[in-house]
Write a protein that binds this ligand. Structure first.
Ligand code: FES
Ligand code: FES
Length: 181
């Protein structure tokens, strides 16, 4: 019987180990915050953290998850020590990046995973790092929400070679740009 750590608690599933993790979570553990979208690893609606990394639970079997630590949206949605929401969830709410909400659990998981690996992503890295599909099209608000968590990121933009010769005349403000404000 596959055993794993689920939302910080040891659990053992007395079901077929080839069962997709998504259905073990939803139908057996009654953790229905993780959603079913495409069923083929494309949309991100079913994402959970596996040892801290966002992975689609629809393409992982229970056996794949055995011995690992799985965190679902239910754990991330718990009130924080001070009583507030998880900062990623609060930022999505503040930026009105929650429309129908179907994709939101997977988005939260994807953002948490991205920020764990890269705490200060620029806008391009946010777009590249979060491949979740949102049928309501919250993508611009998504970037704003991540930026709300991280604060603005300053990118140094290299001057073209032709401008380098006259660099003394170039105001410093033109050599850098603040991304995400
Ligand atoms: S339902 Fe798993 S990635 Fe779409
Ligand atoms: S908010 Fe509706 S699918 Fe993303």
């Amino acid at each position: 019987m596959p055993s794993l750590t689920l939302n910080d608690r040891p659990v053992e599933f007395a079901i077929d180990p080839t069962t997709p993790l998504l259905w073990a979570l939803r139908d057996v553990a009654n953790l229905t915050g993780t959603k079913y979208g495409c069923g083929s690893g494309e949309c991100g609606a079913c994402m959970v953290l596996v040892d801290g990394q966002a992975l689609p639970s629809c393409t992982l079997s229970l056996a794949d998850a055995a011995g690992r630590s799985v965190t679902t949206i239910e754990a991330l949605a718990r009130r924080q020590a001070g009583g507030g929401r998880h900062p990623v969830i609060q930022a999505l709410i503040d930026e009105q990046a929650v429309q129908c909400g179907f994709c939101t659990p997977g988005l939260v998981v994807a953002i948490v995973s991205l920020l764990a690996a890269n705490p200060r992503p620029n806008d391009s890295e946010i777009r590249a790092g979060i491949g979740n599909i949102c049928r309501c099209g919250v993508y611009p608000r998504l970037v704003a929400a991540v930026r709300r968590v991280t604060g603005p990121v300053v990118e140094v933009v290299s001057a073209p070679a032709s401008a380098a010769a006259g660099a003394e005349d170039t105001p410093a403000a033109e050599a850098t740009s603040v991304v995400g404000e």
